[in-house]
Design a protein around this ligand. Structure first.
Ligand code: TYD
Length: 202
């Protein structure tokens, strides 16, 4: 039996990550893999309450970073670590790379501070695989345009998302062993073909 894997999906809002995540988990389930689907911020009752606050209340950028990691701490202790230990694969819609991209790149929180929180909350734990859906910001914004209720992050301007995108790419360059960059402006069929290959080989 292969060891349970921890896989995360990342990308700017509008990259199509959620659609692709549903498809990818379907492909893994077809292989008979027992998996748990979760998300951040959220993933636990307390985490979901924090998500509501994070997505809708104004706050200082560092408060935002600490609350993201507080929700993550609960998520890791209550859900992620126990699942992996019991042999279940964990697929999470976002994880710490989002904090480096949004709070670090987007809001300007210093990377050393985020690394301290990461070390505190995760110890050495990192995802085994991170699929980063990269897309030009103009296209991502167009995809979000029809959306009526945008949260606090989705309401940000293009320059914010340019910084988020760049911070994701910087993070991927720093940890190339666990990142796969998917060019998300490609057609649904092309992306699914790539995901199908990944799902059959991991
Ligand atoms: P998202 O996956 O986009 O939710 P939905 O698809 O329902 O809109 O996540 C919500 C937002 O949270 C997203 O804009 C990015 C933000 N976020 C951070 O800023 N930092 C983090 O550490 C995480 C996990 C998410």
């Amino acid at each position: 039996m292969t060891q349970a894997k921890f896989i995360t999906f990342e990308g700017v809002d509008g990259a199509g990550k959620s659609t692709h995540m549903a498809w990818f988990t379907g492909a893994l389930r077809q292989r008979g893999i027992d998996l748990l689907l979760t998300r951040e911020p959220g993933g636990t009752p307390l985490g979901e309450k924090l998500r509501e606050i994070l997505l809708h209340e104004q706050m200082h950028a560092e408060t935002e970073a600490m609350l993201m990691f507080a929700a993550r701490c609960e998520h890791l202790e209550q859900v992620i670590r126990p699942a992996l230990q019991s042999g279940k694969w964990v697929i999470s819609d976002r994880f710490s790379d989002a904090s480096f991209a949004y709070q670090g790149g987007g809001r300007g929180v210093g990377i050393p501070k985020l690394e301290q929180l990461e070390q505190w909350v995760q110890g050495g734990l990192q995802p085994d695989l991170t699929l980063l859906f990269d897309i030009p910001i103009e296209i991502a914004r167009q995809r979000l345009a029809g959306n009526v209720s945008l949260d606090r992050f989705e309401q940000e301007q293009g320059a914010f998302f340019q910084r988020v995108r760049q911070a994701y790419l910087d993070r991927a360059a720093k940890m190339p062993h666990r990142f796969i960059i998917i060019h998300a402006e490609k057609s649904l069929q092309e992306v699914e073909k790539e995901l199908s290959h990944i799902a059959s080989t991991i």
